[in-house]
Ligand binder design. Structure first.
Ligand SMILES: NC(=O)c1ccc[n+]([C@@H]2O[C@H](COP(=O)([O-])OP(=O)(O)OC[C@H]3O[C@@H](n4cnc5c(N)ncnc54)[C@H](O)[C@@H]3O)[C@@H](O)[C@H]2O)c1
Length: 259
């Protein structure tokens, strides 16, 4: 399968989870893949395993993006996938009444600043060829409010809107650079492990977590990666500024829908 042949792709936060899945499938589709992450050990091991290049990139740092622009001034695809929920370092409050400003800013530094810097790098790196595809991994949390994760939800909503701004800007500039957002929900990745617990209760916990999902299961990284292949490929050449949900039907209805 060569749907991404002759295309160079940069993927952020690609050492594990959804980013890893995208990197693996992009390689299978013939792309030249640059795996980037702050986790150098996992990222370098993955790159070696799949025949990609690893570059350490902290998406929060302008200097890291500048260094990438020097080493890789021309690319065809960027997936802004790196993201944090805010719960990585503990359960601390993230509701709009009790969240600290420091915690709010820490989430936005990765999700919002990282996506802004990534899009800016990509537009510049795609300008010469005047074409390319930017895929921003948002979330269903960017489309609905999340009482217990205020910064995460606000940052993912910002990613959704910035994707549309980038799409319109590029079209206005006469560039064939497309930008779309992807909105997953409940995709089984290491991000969920702290919530799933040990094997005795794992199945029950997983079932409870997806009880409101119409398809009654978690999604897989391969399912998200398949959508990203489509958006990155020339098959999607008329799709820009779009938001793609991949959530087992979760956002097709609402808790208030009549039965
Ligand atoms: N898994 C889900 O159910 C789900 C649902 C909706 C949206 N998402 C989004 O998908 C993306 C990937 O999620 P995942 O479940 O694979 O998460 P994950 O935690 O398994 O992987 C995230 C990766 O990002 C990297 N990362 C963290 N901070 C970084 C930084 N500052 N710079 C560069 N890399 C950094 C981590 O090292 C890790 O490799 C995130 O943006 C997340 O918000 C996930």
């Amino acid at each position: 399968m060569d749907r991404l042949k002759h295309k160079r792709a940069v993927i952020t936060g690609a050492a594990r989870g959804i980013g890893e899945g995208i990197a693996r499938v992009f390689i299978d589709e013939g792309a030249d893949v640059i795996v980037t992450d702050v986790d150098t050990q996992l990222g370098a091991a993955l790159a070696k395993d799949i025949g990609a290049t690893f570059v350490k990139l902290d998406v929060r740092l302008e200097s890291d993006w500048d260094a990438l622009a020097m080493s890789h001034p021309q690319i065809d695809i960027l997936v802004n996938n790196a993201g944090v929920t805010g719960f990585e370092d503990g359960p601390g409050p993230h509701d709009p009444e009790h969240a600290s400003l420091a915690d709010w800013r820490a989430v936005h530094a990765v999700n919002t600043d990282g996506t802004f810097l990534g899009c800016r790098y990509a537009i510049r790196a795609m300008r010469k060829a005047a074409s390319g595809a930017i895929i921003n991994i948002s979330s269903r949390s960017g489309l609905v409010g999340i009482p217990g994760a205020a910064a995460y939800a606000a940052s993912k909503a910002a990613i959704r809107n910035h994707s549309k701004t980038v799409a319109l800007y590029c079209a206005q500039q006469g560039l064939d650079i497309r930008c779309n957002s992807v909105h997953p929900a409940a995709i089984l990745t290491p991000m969920w492990e702290p919530m799933l617990g040990d094997s005795a209760t794992r199945d029950a916990t997983m079932a409870a977590l997806v009880k409101d999902t119409p398809m009654q299961r978690f999604g897989t990284v391969d399912e998200v990666a398949a959508l990203c292949v489509l958006l990155a490929s020339d098959e999607a050449r008329y799709i820009t500024g779009a938001e793609m949900t991949i959530d087992g039907g979760l956002l097709a209805g609402s808790a208030a829908s009549p039965g």
